[in-house]
Design a protein around this ligand. Sequence first.
Ligand code: AKB
Length: 310
Amino acid sequence: MKKDNILIIGANGQIGSVLTQTLRSIYGHNNVIASDIRPKAEETGPFELINVLDRDRLNEVVEKYQINQIYHLAAILSAKGELNPLGTWDINMNGLFNILELAREKNIKKVFYPSSIAVFGPTTPPNQTPQDTVLTPTTVYGMSKVAGEYWTNYYFLKYGIDVRSVRYPGIIGYQSMPGGGTTDYAVDIFHEALKQQKFTSFLSEETELPMIYMEDAIRGTIELMNAPLEQVKIKTSYNLAAMSFTPKQIAAEIKKHIPSFEMTYAPDYRQAIADSWPNSIDDRIAREHWGWKEAFGLPEMVHDMLKNLR
Ligand code: AKB
């Protein structure tokens, strides 16, 4: 059997940096090639500089390492994307097209493409949002993810490219920092709670959003990638859920560990984005098809975050 040689695009990001380490522990250090647009301060394994918009460079790296699996994580997220709408569309869409074409030309066995709860919008049912529902995103990031989901499905139907995807909720982890998202407050809060015992949330206290702990997000991603093809019946993207909470609820949970912690609220332009997203997600189809199940709820996540950050 041909061994797996994996390329991670966007490996220095919030998910990429943790996923790289986990995949290296499974597939072997030298079989997982990290890549990003900038080098990392200390690189711990094979690394290549790649701009996902550079087709020739992508070809070169895929040939050099005989890559047969790609995790394509490079994207501009919801909040940052609104500051440069056309530039965000360019990176998110043309980056994906480069990966899909590469997969077609180089017989890449499997591709992972992250989607997001940002595919939903103000007219989507907000509670226990179903798998198949109204997709009316109001951010460029969300629009690019809706289009991306349909393009990956198209490449499967037309060329048999096995692209797998989940709609990530906000991801919370101690290992890395998010950048440019609307759910980023739920990571920042831990760092500020430990440093200053206070935090100002850019979302209002009752803004409920779906979230997931990093451990669960990484495990779920790898489980989906390793599930038999016949179980992965959805080739757009799977709803994925673990917990939902408001800034007020996470603050109360942190206060149980740091009694002096104080939260204030100063909603900014990200409030409108959060208001357009669901409160909670129905992910029963992921559970039925490939056995998804989270291990962390809000109390377990807060406990583990504080333990590790301390
Ligand atoms: C964001 O807030 O933009 C991301 C996401 C939910 O996809 N974390």
